[in-house]
Write a protein that binds this ligand. Sequence first.
Ligand SMILES: [Zn+2]
Length: 110
Amino acid sequence: MEYKCKCGGELKKSHTEVEFYGIDFGVRECEICDTCKTEYLSEDVIEEIEKEIKKRGVFALERSVHVTKSGNSLVLRLPPEIVKFLEIHHKSTVRLFPTDKHRLEVEVLE
Ligand SMILES: [Zn+2]
């Protein structure tokens, strides 16, 4: 294998169900790491996904918001268009994953 994963594992050709922003791109070719199971999509597939996402205007949902304070916690306000897109409500449970020092991923659980 000519490619290796960041973790040092071997990449093997595989197929995966591709879904981004709730858009289904079907089963596509990918390479999967045999150690950490990270999936790598081919550049063609990524390009196709980016085009489709731009076409559908999902990136138009990107917003900058200010962080405010409530007690010892910090509060992020979700703009209504993001609330609507995520189908999140005021009693939703979400899981927070800091993915690096500058990024926070929020998964809506219910
Ligand atoms: Zn890996």
